[in-house]
Design a binder for this molecule. Sequence first.
Ligand SMILES: *[C@@H]1O[C@H](CO)[C@@H](O)[C@H](O)[C@H]1NC(C)=O
Ligand SMILES: *[C@@H]1O[C@H](CO)[C@@H](O)[C@H](O)[C@H]1NC(C)=O
Ligand SMILES: *[C@@H]1O[C@H](CO)[C@@H](O)[C@H](O)[C@H]1NC(C)=O
Ligand SMILES: *[C@@H]1O[C@H](CO)[C@@H](O)[C@H](O)[C@H]1NC(C)=O
Ligand SMILES: *[C@@H]1O[C@H](CO)[C@@H](O)[C@H](O)[C@H]1NC(C)=O
Ligand SMILES: [Ca+2]
Length: 455
Amino acid sequence: MRFPLLLTLQALWASVCQTMQHYPAAWGHYDVCKSQVYTDEGLTWDYMACQPEAMDMTKYLKVTVDPPNITCGDPPETYCALENPYMCNNECDAQNEDLAHPPELMFDFEGRNPTTFWQSSSWKKYPRALLVNITLSWKKTIELTDDIVVTFESGRPEQMVLEKSLDYGKTWQPYQFYATDCLDAFTMEHKTVQDLTQHTLLDIICTEEYSRGYVWKNAKTVRFEIKDRFALFAGPHLHNMASLYGQLDTTKNLRDFFTITDLRVRLLRPATGATMVDENNLSRYFYAISDIKVQGRCKCNLHANSCVFDKEKLNCECEHNTTGPDCGRCKRNYQGRTWSAGSYLPIPKGTANTCIPSNIGPVIRPNVSSLGVANRNQARVCDNELLRCQNGGVCLNNLRCQCTPAYTGLLCEKPRCESELGSCGGPNSGQAALSSTSLPTLLLLGWMLLRGASY
Ligand SMILES: *[C@@H]1O[C@H](CO)[C@@H](O)[C@H](O)[C@H]1NC(C)=O
Ligand SMILES: *[C@@H]1O[C@H](CO)[C@@H](O)[C@H](O)[C@H]1NC(C)=O
Ligand SMILES: *[C@@H]1O[C@H](CO)[C@@H](O)[C@H](O)[C@H]1NC(C)=O
Ligand SMILES: *[C@@H]1O[C@H](CO)[C@@H](O)[C@H](O)[C@H]1NC(C)=O
Ligand SMILES: *[C@@H]1O[C@H](CO)[C@@H](O)[C@H](O)[C@H]1NC(C)=O
Ligand SMILES: [Ca+2]
């Protein structure tokens, strides 16, 4: 009996070491929801906070343009160049594929020449405002991770608002105002993202930065600056994401600020390139957009590391026994405590806050014969007698200890390191800490296996 036992322990040891070596790759990315701490009959998982990768969100949206017939080409129209009213050779015809400019062309693969773009009909009803709403809907809560960038092929609008919704389009809040003259258009002061501080990060500003300069062909983009806002916490090159994650974790307003279900670009006044509108040639004034960039990730409350597009909709692939489109509740029979989102803290692994089985309450003590069965099939990791979970951990189904956030390890015997590597005492500390603290664990395991074998 002794010899196989030794082998088993050795195998356990090897797999523990292997798992430890896998951690650094995942640090700071929160891309792993769980990892197997050791393999044998007694599998134990270590659960971590996790999130899906950021991706190009324009592949998964539905676009709506309002009013519905504002897209050019029905009936066909001719346009003049903004800079030159005698250059009127641009045609738009919705019936002709080569001359049509439907909304989809804002999201196709760009980089070919000439560019493809959506275009509105022209400002024929001047002086009535030329108003267009472009609404992007995901039917899913997403978290922005990079700047929103709108590229105009017409001049950039003289007035525009970017809005967001957090409730699938029921209510809307402004994200940013854009105008050639903020005071005149919105009675707001002109500001740029550089004027913001950690304390004013959530302020909604009006900026003139992206509305002037229609004459320069390369001044085509209008931005909503996500990264500059992140940088207020994470530093200039976002080198300290830990600090940002820490803030996001503790400040709901901040988290919600970067979270959306829908975006809306409200075009309020096209580029005119002058103080006066040329009423004799209103074919010069229209909106044209070749590209809109939106980078983000599915919001899964740190309970999923992937998100799949199925039936026209993004869905989190929930772990930690959570469910729902955003992993926002506990699965049936796993409502042993109230649901909570995972946490980025402590850096770098975070806390999974898994849902636990409902029937865990007062532990039903297994009788001797059922104990025997358990031992034959699976190693017992903990019980309420000898193999006690330490530091406030709770024993789940005799299979693993559910530790409090500050502790980890098979029996919650290891304090979690406060920050990356450093405070654990150098780069090899993972292993060093393991060899010193896990000796009792291994002894307990040995005892457990022996006990199992003797039945
Ligand atoms: C655009 O959306 C806003 C609300 O975000 C609404 O008040 C307005 O009437 C809409 N305009 C058009 C042209 O649909
Ligand atoms: C759009 O439709 C409305 C009502 O259906 C109509 O009054 C309007 O003239 C149309 N506009 C264009 C540009 O065709
Ligand atoms: C105005 O537009 C028409 C076509 O709509 C064009 O023939 C004309 O040359 C343009 N320019 C002026 C200054 O009228
Ligand atoms: C969730 O439940 C399944 C069984 O339905 C179990 O195998 C798994 O370990 C549980 N995960 C957590 C995090 O409790
Ligand atoms: C022990 O459990 C088994 C099945 O789990 C049951 O049939 C048996 O009656 C139990 N024995 C006692 C003494 O409770
Ligand atoms: Ca395009």
